[in-house]
Design a protein around this ligand. Structure first.
Ligand SMILES: Nc1nc2c(c(=O)[nH]1)N[C@H]1C(S)=C(S)[C@@H](COP(=O)(O)OP(=O)(O)OC[C@H]3O[C@@H](n4cnc5c(=O)[nH]c(N)nc54)[C@H](O)[C@@H]3O)O[C@H]1N2
Ligand SMILES: Nc1nc2c(c(=O)[nH]1)N[C@H]1C(S)=C(S)[C@@H](COP(=O)(O)OP(=O)(O)OC[C@H]3O[C@@H](n4cnc5c(=O)[nH]c(N)nc54)[C@H](O)[C@@H]3O)O[C@H]1N2
Ligand SMILES: [Mo]
Length: 783
């Protein structure tokens, strides 16, 4: 095994390592430290919203909060490198496709609209008008608007998203697949029916009052570093913080705040989690049901002794429904099933239950470790059930906190980037804009891939993101995109999706969030909504990467004008002259956005109403619902195990390394997990490595077998021993997306099950299949 690749990390999360990493990334993007003033305007009232994660900031008015990965996201956008026409002249698309995602990212910002020329296999510069005319021609030639697909990634601002959904619905379809379908869809689906609001209920102030914070399936040290500040403060106050994660994650254990002079000077750190539970992958539903059972048993004992009930009976009576049936079901769940499915001993689960019982104000946080499984919707239900038992919803210091990913993914859904829009919204759209919007459900992400594969959809348009790399079943998605007549990507950086294209293809370069956006009415700001429903303004401060860039709202407006002409009755060009005009329309369409322009200009912005937070229940039941859920014994791995007989079938979770933002690979290190310079690694228990007859550092091939019978393989991964339960593996996304079967989705939310992929491991066969894409990695600037 290479000594250089694996170097166990003993320090805390954050600390000097984080500062050094930021300095290096700024240097690599040729951003002088003096020019790093950009960083001081992140999440400031007069600055821009961090394009990193959706974790909120204290009122958006506080002093600069240091965040290593936010800084990397900003540096990636503010880079001095350019992927201009010369790059596309130098390489054919086939040649570009040979390079790694990291290399593509390193080429820098896109500068010029580009059109694919099949005769030469090159992208060539095209004028904006010609580009819009080409798209409009394709859209207007389709037999039905439902043959066009409009994808959205979660960085798109409220203004751009609102205009985009307006254009697409005026054009005539609800085909809005988005990154949310692959992300927190399971949370939204479960919460909406259970408590009436498909969003989190807590605010940052609640973190100050909580005495118990339970974190499930989330790696804040890497993906939401600013959340560590809240966890650290809570830990210092003596709050109980409990982590549930199959992997030992450093950020959940110890954190040194780079802004704390004393911690930095003394090399000290704050211990975060008071207890750490390592269930097996996909075992959370069983763990939480076990905790529920324990709580119910303890409550019965207390009541039998004549002691007060441990449950919040008043809350249960006044605000919930279904308690009796739910309790009967939980008490009847055999411990043997719970233990088997969770991978934790009964005593450990009872301990977790006692930790919960000892807290008066509990917040439950969760991330992708909960939402990307077959039984994710049920698991979210069970997390809420646990909170309902003691009334931990709609009071200070308590509630649900699904931690969102992309910086405006929540806002995009609020703006109705949604393939299943509710009827009352469509009525409102009709009344405000005077056209009849399409009523039928549109395609979600998996549905869109299936439709393109079947030839039922022929035009693919993406507002940001990296559809080809982020979606499951990379090969199937590639075939799907290649069948299209036209693929269009609005993007800031070159990525894989631009190289997996339709018969015709366009790359449309846009302004990023850090850049000044000048329209006829002067400099414009946009708005975003964070994970805690705070809406605030964001205005860029850097000059645009190229004079040819258009803003996302301007791109939508010009596309709408080219496609619909006067027939929509909407003056698109006038709307984008001044984004206040778009915000006025948002205010007319959504009651929660009344007086939008005035309220969003108050420093810190405003919070959208959240009825569940006030114990008002807007779901059909009119109450918070206790939802009984069976512990799943049929998992993707168990199903394949049955089919494969005695063979060792692992469950693979596809996760993020420290140096990536989703499909954007900033670097090849994963500092907290001790991996350097290599992304093709697979984390496994040392005894499993031995049981395979292999040794740490050996190279293996990963094979997955979906129930559709398709054999999928990802060649050449290095085995890395890790503190993870037996039978479980973890490896990075997007390298492993090729293994995620298209047909394997969470029940109820249709989220690809990318955290529980059944896999068989074999020694690497050099001739099995080429590594796709080839790992040709040349540092930026060497070209
Ligand atoms: N720097 C950076 N920040 C990001 C992102 C990024 O890529 N880079 N991505 C953004 C986006 S879009 C999102 S959605 C979020 C994602 O943020 P996270 O939700 O933290 O993302 P992941 O790394 O996919 O997985 C989280 C954790 O789930 C654990 N896990 C896997 N399977 C299970 C399981 O069955 N049970 C439990 N309990 N845990 C499990 C993994 O060990 C891992 O620690 O971050 C956002 N912020
Ligand atoms: N196997 C596996 N697959 C997963 C996941 C997983 O955990 N495992 N996670 C899923 C999750 S949670 C998510 S959210 C999705 C993410 O899916 P996407 O949102 O589609 O992917 P990103 O990698 O975030 O998109 C990166 C690209 O966005 C473009 N971009 C960046 N900023 C801007 C901007 O301001 N405007 C525009 N127009 N473009 C911009 C750049 O060109 C960049 O290359 O992936 C999902 N896929
Ligand atoms: Mo996400």
């Amino acid at each position: 095994m290479s000594k250089d690749t694996l170097r166990p990390y003993d320090g805390p999360a954050g600390g000097w390592g984080a500062l050094r990493s930021v300095a290096r990334h700024l240097g690599e993007q040729k951003i002088a430290i003096s020019g790093a003033k950009t960083l001081l305007r992140v999440n400031q009232p007069d600055g821009f919203d961090c394009p990193g994660c959706a974790w909120p900031d204290r009122d958006h008015t506080s002093t600069f909060e240091f965040c290593e990965n936010g800084a990397k996201a900003v540096a990636a956008e503010a880079t001095k490198f350019r992927a201009g026409p010369e790059l596309f002249a130098e390489y054919t698309v086939a040649q570009l496709a040979e390079y790694s995602d990291h290399w593509l990212e390193q080429q820098g910002r896109l500068t010029t609209p580009m059109r694919y020329d099949a005769a030469t296999d090159h992208y060539e510069p095209v004028g904006w008008d010609a580009a819009f005319a080409l798209i409009a021609g394709h859209l207007n030639a389709l037999p039905s608007p439902d043959e066009a697909i409009f994808y959205t990634s979660g960085r798109t601002s409220n203004e751009a998203a609102f205009l985009y959904q307006l254009f697409v619905r005026a054009y005539g379809t609800n085909n809005f697949p988005d990154c949310s379908n692959m992300c927190h869809e399971s949370s939204g689906t479960a919460l909406k029916t259970q408590i009436g609001v498909g969003k989190g209920t807590v605010s940052l102030e609640d973190f100050e009052h909580a005495d118990g914070i339970f974190v499930f399936g989330q790696n804040p040290g890497t993906n939401h570093p600013r959340m560590l500040g809240e966890l650290r403060a809570a830990a210092r106050r003596g709050a109980t913080i409990v982590a549930f994660n199959p992997l030992r994650e450093r950020g959940l254990e110890r954190f040194a705040d780079p802004q704390d002079a004393l911690e930095m000077a003394t090399g000290g750190a704050t211990r975060i989690a008071s207890d750490y539970f390592q269930p097996r992958i996909g075992g959370d539903l069983a763990v939480v049901k076990g905790m529920v059972r324990h709580v119910l048993e303890r409550d019965r004992e207390a009541v039998a002794r004549g002691a007060p009930s441990l449950l919040d009976r008043a809350f249960i009576d006044a605000h919930t429904t279904g308690f009796e049936a739910f309790a009967a079901d939980a008490l009847a769940e055999p411990w043997a099933t719970i233990v088997e499915a969770s991978g934790l001993a009964e005593a450990r689960i009872r301990q977790a239950g006692d930790l919960y019982l000892a807290c008066e104000r509990v917040i439950v946080c969760w991330g992708m470790g909960i939402t990307q499984h077959l039984h994710s919707v049920a698991t979210v239900h069970m997390l809420v059930n646990l909170l309902l038992l003691r009334g931990h919803l709609g009071r200070p210091g308590a509630g649900v906190c699904p931690v969102r990913g992309h910086s405006n993914v929540q806002g995009d859904r609020t703006m109705m980037i949604w393939e299943r829009p509710p009827a009352d919204f469509l009525d409102r759209l009709r009344d405000v804009f005077g056209f009849e919007p399409p009523r039928g459900p549109g395609l979600d992400t998996v549905g869109a891939i299936e439709a393109m594969l079947a030839g039922r959809a022929r035009v693919f348009f993406a507002m940001g993101g990296n559809f080809a790399a982020a979606t499951p079943d990379t090969d199937a998605t590639a075939r799907a995109l290649r069948r299209c007549d036209l693929t269009v990507h609005v993007a800031t950086k070159l990525n894989r999706s631009h190289l997996v294209h339709g018969r015709e293809a366009l790359i449309l370069p846009c302004l990023g969030r850090t850049e000044i956006d000048i329209q006829a009415g002067g400099p414009q700001g946009v708005t975003v909504e964070d994970s805690m429903s705070m809406v605030h303004l964001s205005a860029g401060i850097n000059p645009p990467a190229s004079g040819l860039l258009l803003s996302e709202p301007a791109i939508v407006a010009r596309l709408a004008q080219a496609t619909l002409g006067p027939r929509s009755g909407i003056d698109w060009a006038w709307l984008v002259e001044d984004y206040d005009r778009i915000r006025d329309l948002i205010a007319r369409t959504f009651d929660d956005f009344h007086d939008f322009n005035a309220r969003v200009r108050v420093p810190g912005g405003f919070r959208l109403p959240n009825p569940a937070r006030e114990r008002r229940w807007t779901n059909p039941a009119g109450k918070a619902v206790f939802v009984p859920c069976p512990v799943p014994i049929d998992t993707p791995a168990s199903r394949v195990r049955l089919a494969h007989g005695a063979q060792m079938v692992f469950t693979l979770a596809t996760i993020r390394a420290h140096d990536q933002y989703n499909t954007t690979v900033y670097g090849l290190d994963d500092r907290y997990r001790g991996v350097y310079g290599e992304r093709r690694v697979v984390f496994a228990h040392a005894q499993d490595i031995a049981a395979l007859g292999l040794a740490p550092g050996d190279w293996v091939d990963l094979h997955s077998a979906g129930e559709d019978g398709v054999q999928r393989q990802a060649p050449r991964f290095m085995l890395v021993p890790y503190d993870i339960p037996r039978g479980c593996l973890a490896a990075y996304y997007p390298e492993t997306n090729v293994l995620v079967p298209l047909s394997s989705m969470a029940e109820g939310s249709r989220t690809p099950t990318s955290k529980s992929v059944p896999v068989v491991v074999t020694p690497h066969a050099p001739h099995a299949a080429p590594v796709r894409p080839r790992q040709r990695d040349i540092p930026a600037g060497v070209r």
